[in-house]
Each structure stands twice: as C-alpha cells, then as structure tokens.
Design a protein around this ligand. Structure first.
Ligand code: ZN
Length: 188
C-alpha cells in the first residue's frame, strides 16, 4: 500500500474507534483531533515523513482508550496487524500504557520505559507530549488545579528526558512548549 493510502486508512480507522470520545480540555473537542494533531506535528513541524510513524501516530491511543476487556484488546491488536502490518502495530503497542497498572504506576513506567523505546516510538511519544502540553496551555482540563498542571509538566519533562537523541527539532519544540506552559502557570 502507498504511504498516503496507509495514513488515511489509519486516520479513518482511528476516527471510527474514537467516534464517541472527547478531549478533557474545556472546549471538549472530538478526541480524533488529538491523533491528527500529533501526526501533523510530526510531518509538518518536525519533518518526519515515514508512513509507518505517521500511521502509528494516528492509531497511538486506540489500544489504550477504546477497549475495555482483554478479549477486545486482543481482537483490536489482531485487526491492526492485519490492516496496517506488524511494524505499525509494534510502534502503536510501544506507546500504549498497560491499563492493568494503577495510574501512578503507569506514569512511573512511562519514565522508566522511555529510554528503551524504538526510535519511531520515541519520536511519536515526544510529539504526543508536545500536543498534551500545548493543549494544557490553550485549553486546560476544567477540573485541573494549578498544582496538578505543574505536576503534569514536570512529569512530561521527565518522560521526554528519556526520549532525546532522535530528532533535535522535535526536542526543541517540546522545550519551547514546556517553557511556555511553565510561564503560563507560574502562579506569579
Ligand atoms: Zn496521545
């Protein structure tokens, strides 16, 4: 399959999977906006044109956020493998949190796992963190306190510390987003 077809197929697949979900931010935008923004950031701001990476970017939250049971998870994994191939699946799985762990554990695991990820998964994860930080700046979750926002920014910095060395541009964009986020929520 050619690159454009693969990426559009991944976009369509993710749109159906996330069709009833919304982002946490106060504008409650459709969830699919987020994977589109992550893929767009990789392609148009960070110069990443690899169709496997961009397809995995479109799919990066479907396993984590659109299944409830182990059986559903297994079926979805088989489906992604069949439709998009082993490599797209493996990058997608690399950036999927283990939902059987508690939230605190999952956050710690992201920090610990970051240096072990493949180059593609590292790029995807930095882009994901950039979009989440940008979202917090322009459209913060309604119920988040200043402290929670600051803790989130500190945590994403720790995760990204383990992802560096794969795309300097992406890292610069992250640093700038983090700086802007901290400036906006300094509480001064
Ligand atoms: Zn994401």
């Amino acid at each position: 399959m050619d690159s454009v077809s693969l990426i559009l197929k991944a976009l369509e697949f993710a749109a159906v999977r996330h069709r009833t979900q919304f982002r946490k931010g106060k504008d409650k935008s459709p969830y699919i906006n987020h994977p589109i923004q992550v893929a767009n950031l990789l392609a148009n701001e960070a110069g990443e044109k690899d169709p496997v990476l961009l397809s995995a970017a479109m799919l990066h939250d479907v396993i984590e956020d659109t299944v409830e049971t182990k059986k559903e998870k297994k079926e979805l994994i088989d489906q992604i493998r069949k439709l998009f191939g082993e490599e797209v699946l493996s990058v997608t799985l690399e950036v999927t949190d283990d939902n059987s762990l508690g939230k605190k554990n999952r956050k710690q695991m992201q920090i610990e796992h970051a240096p072990k990820l493949s180059v593609k998964a590292k790029k995807l994860k930095i882009a994901d963190k950039i979009m989440n930080v940008r979202d917090i700046i322009v459209n913060p979750p309604e119920k988040w306190s200043l402290l929670r926002i600051r803790k989130y920014l500190d945590w994403s910095e720790k995760v990204v510390a383990g992802l560096r060395g794969v795309n300097p541009k992406l890292e610069d964009i992250f640093d700038e987003s983090l700086r802007a986020g901290r400036a906006g929520y300094s509480g001064k």
